[in-house]
Design a protein around this ligand. Structure first.
Ligand code: ARG
Length: 466
């Protein structure tokens, strides 16, 4: 018997069914059902004999799922109904009692929260591995000079280690964001029922403890409608994917003939079907390209949730494909990034040659004037004129004669302390521009070493809490 006078239209079924994708909730659904059944028995809602049957049946379902021989029937609308259907086939009536004091509404919210928690932990592990790779790479390229860029124009030289470590901090923040998702999934939805609570005095805290939740959702209406943890995960994933994209983009640029700063290992590159000489950094390009896809999942989920009335609405079923795709994309990209960086090689000579452009010392020359009492803005103008004068003469700054310097920037000569522009010429030594960046967080070697020690500490490799 049923409420309906005719079977579902196949077109409606195709739209309504979620089993093709919510299948991957199965391990969480099983774990949840074990805990729910135990709670029912402890609370005197389910007989001990029925619990034994249910546990035995769920074990068999688990085995069938693990061994890939769980059969899905055309009428199985979602994984929750498929598991209950199979359980009842195996153990009979007891299986049909499992859904006592539970609705698919609190059930699915619980499964998804468990999945978000598992993958928030997984993302943190992958990020830790990536952060370790970056620190190792920075240590191996500690004092390799290269140009730092703004607007992709050479700006001031930095050490390659410093440049690489910039990504360490981006990924550290990503790790913190995924850690936040653990708090967001800490309140157990199960026990909220369809929306209003259930007609039994259940023990929700027992279920929470069994499943590793810190507490229970306080409001049943909120519990079944809440998907904030999906938004939080997608938001963390989108930001992380954006960082991976920025990293990928730099590697693509740096791999070009024009830059020639780095080369990815052959196993992370592919060739051209036409041009035999090509080696393309496809992995880095795809890291670059995936970010908008993940951000799109976040945007879609906001679209699904916005304007929804309380409480459960079928719209919520759309959360899964957004979430699963983001999980798969970001986990794959994090794995690739670690492996690609572990095997990348840098060209010390090319990096150094690009960093010998004396124009990169312009700020240092301006600061020399500042130290002699010239206001910074005035010094900026003087050095700007000096750089232009050198360009017009087709000369590097260090090639300018004393007469030319006298004409272009007389303030550079200190008649008493430095009559022969000695400090100016000393400044044009490359290492001087790097080692002058002594401020905290700057690129001088002392500061980079401090940064490395802090990074190691955060990875749990150094002294102090991580
Ligand atoms: N497949 C559904 C989902 O993913 C499960 C919950 C269905 N609840 C309901 N009342 N129809 O959201």
């Amino acid at each position: 018997m049923s409420r309906f006078s005719e079977p579902q239209d196949p077109l409606f079924q195709a739209l309504n069914s979620s089993i093709s994708f919510d299948f991957r909730l199965a391990p969480y659904d099983l774990e949840q059902s074990f805990a729910h059944a135990r709670m029912l028995a402890r609370s005197g809602i389910l007989a001990e004999g029925d619990l034994e049957d249910i546990e035995r049946g769920l074990e068999q379902v688990r085995a069938e799922l693990d061994e890939d021989r769980f059969e899905v029937y055309p009428g199985d609308e979602d994984i929750h109904m498929a598991i209950e259907r199979r359980l009842t086939e195996i153990v009979g009536d007891a299986g049909a009692k499992l859904h006592t004091a539970r609705s698919r509404n609190d059930q699915v919210a619980t499964d998804v929260a468990m999945l978000v928690r598992a993958h928030s932990l997984g993302a943190q592990d992958l990020l830790t591995r990536l952060m370790e790779t970056i620190v190792g790479l920075a240590e191996r390229h500690l004092d390799w000079p290269m140009p730092g860029y703004t607007h992709l124009q050479r700006a001031q030289p930095v050490y390659l280690s410093h440049h690489l470590l910039a990504y360490f901090w981006k990924f550290r923040r990503d790790r913190q964001r995924f850690n936040f998702c653990l708090n967001a999934t800490d309140d157990l939805p199960l026990g909220a029922g369809a929306l209003a609570g259930v007609n039994f005095d259940t023990g929700r805290m027992f279920v929470a403890q069994e499943l590793g939740f810190g507490g229970i959702a306080e409001n049943s209406l909120d519990a079944v409608s809440n998907r904030d943890f999906v938004l939080d995960y997608l938001s963390a994933a989108a930001t992380c994917a954006t960082h991976l994209s920025q990293l990928g983009a730099e590697i693509v640029t740096w791999s070009s003939e024009e830059f020639g700063f780095c080369e990815v290992a052959d196993r992370f590159a592919s060739g051209s079907s036409l041009m035999p000489q090509k080696k393309n950094p496809d992995a880095a390009e795809l890291l670059r390209a995936k970010a908008p896809r993940v951000a799109g999942r976040l945007l879609t989920m906001h679209g699904v949730l916005h304007g929804l009335p309380l409480t459960y609405n079928k719209d919520l079923q759309e959360d899964k494909e957004q979430l699963f795709d983001a999980v798969d994309t970001v986990e794959l990209c994090l794995g690739v990034a670690s492996e690609m960086l572990s095997s990348i090689s840098f060209d010390r000579g090319r990096l150094a040659a690009a960093a010998t452009d004396e124009a990169l010392a312009a700020t240092d020359v301006a600061d020399l004037l500042v130290k002699r009492g010239v206001p910074f803005r005035t010094a900026h103008g003087i050095v700007g004129g000096l750089v232009r004068g050198a360009l017009e003469r087709g000369k590097a700054l260090s090639e300018l004669s004393a007469d030319e310097l006298e004409a272009l920037a007389p303030a550079l000569r200190d008649p008493d302390a430095d009559p022969a522009y000695g400090e100016f010429f000393a400044l044009l030594q490359q290492s001087a521009w790097l080692e002058s960046k002594v401020s905290e967080g700057g690129t001088s070697l002392r500061r980079v070493r401090e940064q490395l020690a802090e990074a190691r500490r955060l990875l749990g490799d150094g002294p102090g809490p991580g």
